[in-house]
Design a protein around this ligand. Sequence first.
Ligand code: ATP
Length: 334
Amino acid sequence: ALRVLTGITTSGTPHLGNYAGAIRPAIAASRMPGVESFYFLADYHALIKVQDPARVQRSTLEIAATWLACGLDPAAVWFYRQSDVPEIAELNWLLTCVAGKGILNRAHAYKAAVDKNASEGVDEDAGISAGLFMYPVLMAADILLFNANKVPVGRDQVQHIEMARDFAQRFNHLYGEHFVLPEAAIEDSVATLPGLDGRKMSKSYDNTIPLFVPKSELKKLIAGIVTDSRLPGEAKDTEGSALMDIFRAFANAEESAAMAEAFKQGIGWGDAKTKLVEQIDREVAPMRERYEALMAKPQDIEALLRDGAARMRAQYATPFMGALREAVGLRDLS
Ligand code: ATP
């Protein structure tokens, strides 16, 4: 079977970008025959960016409820919280010991942080945690523990999958063939949604449109999307328009073409925003109702997550980790 793995960092409230870019395609993929899906709440990853325990906890609940509201069937897939699986942290160490530091030096997220420090004239490692530096190793552990062979990612994540392959190859070379080399499934059809400020919509930029805000709030947020100063009657550019980009993610080809034509014909920004609200709400409203019902029973979500991790560990993580421990010369605890 094809093993597909998707994680979302528990660093804030899930947004339209997480939905269109990860959740919707992952749920569609899980319904394909011959696919075994792994979905996890990446709370160890969240600690790299968020040092607010209440935020991590709230986000964990929100992201779990979002997956369920969007149609994930917990009986048909593996659904777990990363930190409920101690084997991930353990494998993280084994991989740390085979990961080349020079490779990690080249990781995009770390390099971007170093470059930012350089441009600001401060010490190049100022404010950078070893967690940020080591992030690709933890991601490799997430993937390799399940021998996931397909990892759907955006272009910016391809490098991390290549690093996971590299660590896996090195481990296999030293200790025998334990790991399948994972491949990135690049989702080119999935656009990166811009946020309210025009940058990538991201939980850590606080520029998001949360997926399940009430419709009245959705209206307010969309009213805040930055547009140019063209008046009604003046033709608008679809290229580089955040409004158009978000619209496309919630529309079929025909509806997108009609909206592009309306832009050309000079639709007013107010009208365009109203259309966008309706377009999103049509898809989101039924899921929003389920989300609210789920959020009212956090203890049910908690029980589901614990059960998911327990079953998954028994099936995969614990025995595999035992074999890996033995392979490197440690005691098999399984
Ligand atoms: P953080 O700021 O904590 O990294 P994020 O909101 O940028 O959070 P992640 O949790 O890292 O997102 O990513 C979860 C999934 O959502 C990934 O598959 C990622 O590609 C996708 N995703 C995140 N932001 C967007 C976006 N703006 N457009 C499309 N997909 C996105």
